[in-house]
Design a protein around this ligand. Structure first.
Ligand code: FES
Length: 165
C-alpha cells in the first residue's frame, strides 16, 4: 500500500468511526427518551378486592407480571422488571424487600431504591379503585421514584436473599 492509498484508507476510517459514534449517540438518546414499554400487555386488569391486599404485604400477579403492594396502606402496582437492565426482581421473604439477583439492586416494599446500580425505584402502573375492586392499567408504565425517595423504607426483617446488607 503506497502513502496516498494508506492516507485515503485512514481518512475513510475516521469518517466511518465518526458515523458510528453519531449513530450510537442517537440511539442512546432515543432509548433515554422513549416511553417505557409495558411488559404486561397493555390491558386494564382487575387484580382483586381491596380487602385482598393486607397492610405491608405484596401479591404477585402473573397476568400483569407485577406485584400489588400494600405499603403502609398505600397500594402500588410494581413492574417485576428491574429498572437497571430488566431482570425479573423477586421478593425476598426473609428481608421483606425486592432484591434483584442480576446485579444486586435492592428496593423496599413500595419499590423505592435502596442500593445497587439501578437508576431509580421500581416502575409502577396506575392503580385505581372501581367500587371495591383494585384495577391496574398496564398500558402506561411510569418511571419509579427517584433514588432519594425513602418514604416507605423500613429496616430489613432479616437476612438478604442475595447476601447484601
Ligand atoms: S438487572 Fe437488576 S440490578 Fe441489574
Amino acid at each position: 500500500m503506497d502513502d496516498k492509498s494508506r492516507r485515503d484508507f485512514l481518512r475513510g476510517g475516521w469518517k466511518l468511526g465518526g458515523a458510528l459514534l453519531i449513530g450510537a449517540a442517537g440511539y442512546t438518546g432515543y432509548e433515554a427518551l422513549r416511553p417505557l414499554a409495558s411488559g404486561a400487555g397493555g390491558a386494564k386488569i382487575t387484580v382483586g378486592k381491596t380487602s385482598s391486599f393486607a397492610t405491608d404485604t405484596n401479591t404477585y400477579v402473573s397476568a400483569g407480571r407485577m406485584y400489588i403492594v400494600n405499603a403502609n396502606d398505600y397500594l402500588f402496582a410494581l413492574s417485576q422488571k428491574c429498572p437497571h437492565l430488566g431482570c425479573h426482581v423477586p421478593y425476598c421473604e426473609s428481608s421483606g424487600r425486592f432484591e434483584c439477583p442480576c446485579h444486586g439492586s435492592i428496593y423496599d416494599l413500595a419499590g423505592e431504591y435502596i442500593t445497587g446500580p439501578a437508576p431509580r425505584g421500581m416502575d409502577r402502573y396506575e392503580v385505581t379503585l372501581e367500587g371495591d375492586n383494585v384495577v391496574v392499567d398496564t398500558s402506561v408504565l411510569k418511571a419509579g421514584p427517584a433514588r432519594g425517595a425513602k418514604t416507605f423504607l423500613t429496616p430489613p426483617k432479616g437476612p438478604s436473599c442475595i447476601g447484601k446488607a
